[in-house]
Design a protein around this ligand. Structure first.
Ligand code: SF4
Length: 164
């Protein structure tokens, strides 16, 4: 492949990122007054999800939905996080690690419950391995509805945190 043919292949798709919605068009959850405006660092914890929510988180931070352009970023350590992004119902084995992860975060800190399972255990309600919803373990500040929530809904909720 020549240089020019390679360059044409790269340039042909053009811009793939979703056009940003205007802030006034967003239906955002009530976000508590906080000092997190501008940017938010998120530690994601799968507390017992089916992985559907994780697939949408990957899309939300991928090149098409690109949540980072609104100041949201995933980080590897709770010590660097402003908000805890929790998916799935909380399984018995994950209740304590989830609480310890939250305890490791500096204040101010928020909890974002991602998906219907995080809100009320969803399809896993009553399961023998389920401790409860995220709200049974931690105080939830923002809930993103859906099973799974769409990448657009995740980005909208995160824009509510960053104010961008
Ligand atoms: S809300 Fe739906 S996609 Fe997300 S963990 Fe529960 S069942 Fe899976």
């Amino acid at each position: 492949m020549s240089f020019w043919s390679g360059a044409r292949t790269i340039l042909r798709p053009g811009r793939v990122t979703e056009t940003a919605r205007r802030r006034s068009d967003l239906e955002q959850a009530r976000v508590p007054a906080s000092t997190l405006r501008g940017s938010v660092q998120l530690r994601h914890v799968d507390a017992g999800s089916c992985n559907g929510c994780e697939m949408e988180v990957v899309s939300a931070f991928g090149p098409v939905y690109d949540a980072e352009r609104f100041g949201a970023r995933l980080v590897a350590s709770p010590r660097h996080a402003d908000a805890l992004l929790v998916s799935g119902p909380v399984t018995r084995n994950m209740a304590r690690p989830l609480a310890k992860t939250f305890d490791a975060m500096p204040e101010p800190r928020l909890v974002v419950a991602l998906g219907d399972c995080a809100r009320d255990c969803g399809v896993f309600h009553g399961g023998y391995g389920v401790e409860g919803a995220v709200g049974d373990v931690l105080a939830v500040d923002v809930h993103v509805a859906g099973c799974p929530p769409s990448p657009g809904a995740i980005v909208d909720a995160l824009r509510g945190l960053t104010g961008r």
